[in-house]
Design a binder for this molecule. Sequence first.
Ligand code: BDR
Ligand code: CA
Length: 310
Amino acid sequence: MRSIWLDTDAGFDDWMTMLMLASHPGLRWLGVGVVAGNASLPVALANTLRICHHYRLKVPVFAGCDRPLSAPLETAERVLGAQGMRTTGMPLPEIQVAAEGLDAVTALGNALRNSPEPVTVLAIGPLTNIARTLQAEPALVDRIHELVLMGGSTERGNHTPAAEFNIYVDPEAADVVFNQAGLKRRMFGLNVCRQVLLERAHVQEVQSWPGERAMCLAGYLDAYQRIRHPDGRVPMPLYDPVTSAWLLRPELFTFQSARVDIELQGRFTRGMTVCDWRIGQSALPNTEIAMTADGPRVVDAVLQAVRQTF
Ligand code: BDR
Ligand code: CA
């Protein structure tokens, strides 16, 4: 059994990741921390609670940081709409359910302290909550088995030419996380996510699944797949679910060690993950970076896992 904590800014691809975690028999899922990112904190939190309620995910949800450590919040609403995710079908119904009383930073600290074994922390949003937890109590690093994150890139960015969205939103938090001594890091950046492509046929497959929950998910998947082109002819990378696909099917990925630093100053490059591959010469590695994925098999694994939760 692997103990796991999820930190998310849900978001549609975050939603798929949550379903995958729920489908995984070998996980003890301790909690979900929510952070501002794809949308403001209240919107991301409401999304997370609605997903957990309608898809019967039995996991406590905690509200985290509503803004980056020092930068103003920049959301992805320009691309993803005011809800941080769009649908071409039936919207996820509204609910009146509140988050747990504790904030996500305190709750993650408690979970790390109280877990019988070190916890795998899966971060699929900006790294603000994780950085705040480490700043509050650096010794908790010994309680983290590994930080598995979707963020960064070994190549071009998405939110800017150089930076991936999650890192771009809070580069100061990413800097804390990548410089935390003793923390094992595993990074799934755009370079690997761009090998995991969602096509029209995948959307059609989900549209064929029976039941209201599948139908609701299919509407969001359809809108997500059309992000690159309105008629869906351009495949869309899967981002966050790649992390949970690795938990399920590690053999579908390869990794390379590198030293990752976060650009904080660059006029054009703020939020870039600068990867130094000169290991053994001048660089000491601090991250395992996912380099290759068997894309079609990863997409299949994602869809199979999601389907099991209905
Ligand atoms: C990341 O940005 C968000 O919009 C997605 O949920 C994902 O975590 C991809 O750059
Ligand atoms: Ca996300």
